[in-house]
Design a protein around this ligand. Structure first.
Ligand code: ADP
Length: 204
C-alpha cells in the first residue's frame, strides 16, 4: 500500500492543542476550526449508467449527504461500447433524475482512465456502490489499481437500500426486453424509453 495518503497529515493538524482556543469554544455553525482538514469538495461517481437505475439514484442521494458536490460521470469507450443508450442519452437521463438538486450535481461523460478524469475535474474522492459480495472482488481490484495510479485519490463505497440489492442496469434491460415489469427499479422516464425501445408495454 503506498505510504503517501492524502489527508492523514492534515487530520492530525486539526487536533493540535492551541493555547488560544479553549475546549469549550466551538467554531460557529457553518464555519471550520482553524487548521481543520479541508473537506473533499468534489467527489466523482463513475459508471456506465446504461441506463440509470433506482439503485444508482439511491447511491447518488446518499453521496449528497456526505459530499457537497458530486460529478456523475458516464464512462464510455468509443471503440468498443456495446451500450444500449448513447453517452448523450445516458447523461440526459441522469440529468432528468436530478433536476431538483441544482448545481450540487454535475453530469458529464468521459473516456480513458477514471483517475485522469478525476484529476482533470479536481475530484479527490471516487464513489462506488456495492451490492452483493459479487461486486467486491472487481471493486477491490479497481480500487487498488486506481490507488496505485493516483495515491492521492480515495475510493469510498456506499450501499444502496436493500430493495436495490439485486438491481443492475444489465438485468433491468434484459427483463424489460422480454416485457417484464421493472417499474420500481428504474425512474419512470427510463421506463418510457424502454417501452419505446422495445415497442411493447411491460406486463403489469
Ligand atoms: P451496472 O451496469 O452494474 O448497474 P454501473 O457500471 O453503471 O453498474 O455502476 C456504477 C457503480 O454503481 C458501480 O460501483 C456499481 O457497483 C454501483 N451500483 C450499480 N447498481 C447498484 C445498486 N443497485 N446498488 C448499489 N450499487 C450499485
Amino acid at each position: 500500500m503506498p505510504s503517501t495518503r492524502s489527508g492523514s497529515g492534515k487530520k492530525s493538524a486539526s487536533r493540535r492543542p492551541s493555547s488560544r482556543r479553549s475546549a469549550s469554544v466551538r467554531p460557529a455553525p457553518g464555519t471550520r476550526a482553524r487548521g481543520a482538514a479541508e473537506p473533499a469538495q468534489m467527489a466523482v461517481y463513475p459508471g456506465s449508467f446504461d441506463p440509470i437505475t433506482n439503485g444508482h439514484v439511491d447511491i447518488i442521494r446518499r453521496s449528497l449527504r456526505v459530499f457537497p458536490r458530486l460529478t456523475i460521470a458516464v464512462a464510455y469507450n468509443p471503440n468498443k461500447d456495446a451500450a444500449m443508450f448513447t453517452p448523450a442519452e445516458r447523461v440526459d437521463m441522469i440529468r432528468e433524475a436530478f433536476s431538483d438538486v441544482g448545481d450540487r450535481v454535475v453530469v458529464d461523460s468521459f473516456t480513458g482512465l477514471l483517475v485522469d478524469y478525476a484529476d482533470r475535474i479536481g475530484a479527490r474522492v471516487i464513489v462506488r456502490g456495492l451490492r452483493a459480495v459479487s461486486d467486491f472482488e472487481y471493486e477491490f481490484q479497481m480500487t487498488m489499481m486506481n490507488r496505485h495510479l493516483k495515491p492521492h485519490i480515495e475510493t469510498v463505497f456506499m450501499m444502496a437500500d436493500e430493495s436495490y440489492f439485486y438491481t443492475s442496469s444489465r438485468l433491468v434491460k434484459e427483463v424489460a426486453s422480454f416485457g417484464g415489469d421493472v417499474r420500481n427499479l428504474v425512474p419512470d422516464f427510463v421506463l418510457e424509453r424502454f417501452v419505446s425501445r422495445f415497442a411493447r408495454k411491460p406486463r403489469g
